[in-house]
Design a protein around this ligand. Structure first.
Ligand code: AMP
Ligand code: MG
Length: 333
């Protein structure tokens, strides 16, 4: 049930997949709950074997990146007590990419955030931790203490990592590469709101709804018109508890040790790489609108910020059309 709820809180939803004739172009959709979320893959003109292969990829990487699976690379690192751990090339690649985003975001994005994530435990608690606990946990956070050399990782005792902000994006890219390698020309991959589109929707763009923050699931703040791209949203409304009329959500500012406090409710990144989009959506939410927009520009991706009042801010490569009930956002040509 909790997993289902997680899905219901998912940030990006596909509102209209396609207006095509199902009988004429064989479409296959499968859904599985994995990685603490709902994974839905839709492929056109392919077969069950390809579909199974796509889900096998999700399972393979979940086993490596999960912090709750005992023998995953992440668990080995987190239980290493200062010893050097040799990880798979994919884990090393993901850590290396994350460290790059940490540097570029001046530490706003930090996969060593786990001591603080565990302390806040927003899914299971209803009262904020005390300042002393936050100071203690914060002392065990800092991306500069992650040492990565080739496939070897070393963390100081007491430190731990969490790839939750980036792994789904990385896995989505792997599924996309696999589907393309089998000759798939049209597909939608949705890993708990990380949406990647292969091809186009009968020569038009697909429609992807950006969830309206704090509204009912499925209510869109805007509709993205996209082909051949990935869209990833991070939102403060996704997981949170309320205490004394304040919201304490799941994205933590490593500098303060508290859930980020700025006027931004969600950030959506549009890019070619879902791993990059995933890390940047989290980073930009922590950074806020001005610095977040700068980082998005620097990385060559498009960004949509929605503030707590519902105002929408788009990066320079996007167009927004306010005609109609819900604004439509598309890439400039
Ligand atoms: P996302 O939904 O992709 O923005 O990822 C949010 C998840 O990333 C949280 O549930 C935490 O597990 C983790 N996280 C929280 N704060 C940070 C941060 N500042 N940098 C990196 N990961 C974070
Ligand atoms: Mg993310």
């Amino acid at each position: 049930m909790k997993k289902l709820l997680t899905f219901l809180c998912t940030a990006v939803v596909l509102t209209a997949l396609c207006s095509c004739n199902q009988a004429a172009d064989s479409k296959m959709t499968e859904t599985e709950i994995m990685m603490d979320t709902v994974v839905t893959i839709t492929v056109w003109d392919s077969d069950e074997e390809v579909m199974n292969g796509a889900f096998d990829i999700c399972r393979k990487y979940e086993k490596i990146f999960s912090r709750t699976i005992e023998n995953s690379d992440v668990s080995k690192i987190n239980n290493s007590n200062g010893e050097i751990i040799t990880v798979s090339p994919e884990t090393a690649e993901l850590i290396s990419m994350s460290l790059d985003i940490s540097e570029m975001s001046d530490g706003a994005f930090d996969i060593s955030i786990l001591p603080l994530v565990n302390l806040w435990d927003v899914n299971n608690t209803s009262v904020p931790p005390n300042p002393q606990q936050i100071t203690e946990a914060k002392a065990q956070v800092g991306f500069k203490s992650i040492l990565l050399q080739g496939n070897n990782v070393k963390l100081p005792p007491g430190h731990s990592i969490d790839l939750g902000s980036v792994a789904k994006g990385y896995i989505t890219d792997k599924v996309r590469d696999y589907l393309l390698s089998t000759g798939v020309k049209k597909a939608i991959i949705n890993l708990g709101g990380n949406v990647t589109l292969i091809g186009n929707n009968n020569k038009k763009e697909y429609s992807v709804g950006i969830q309206k923050p704090f509204a009912l699931h499925g209510e869109s703040a805007a509709i993205l018109k996209l082909s051949n791209k990935t869209a990833v949203t991070s939102g403060v409304y996704e997981r949170y508890f309320e205490y004394e009329n304040k919201i304490y959500h799941h994205i933590i500012d490593p500098k303060t040790g508290y859930p980020t406090k700025n006027d931004i409710a969600s950030v959506t990144i549009i890019a070619d790489s879902s791993a990059l989009a995933d890390s940047l959506s989290t980073a930009c939410l922590v950074l806020g609108k001005e610095k977040g927009m700068e980082l998005a520009n620097l990385k060559g991706v498009e960004a949509i910020f929605i503030d707590l009042d519902g105002n929408i801010f788009i990066s320079s490569g996007l167009d927004i059309d306010y005609n109609g009930t819900v604004p439509k956002i598309s890439l400039k040509f």
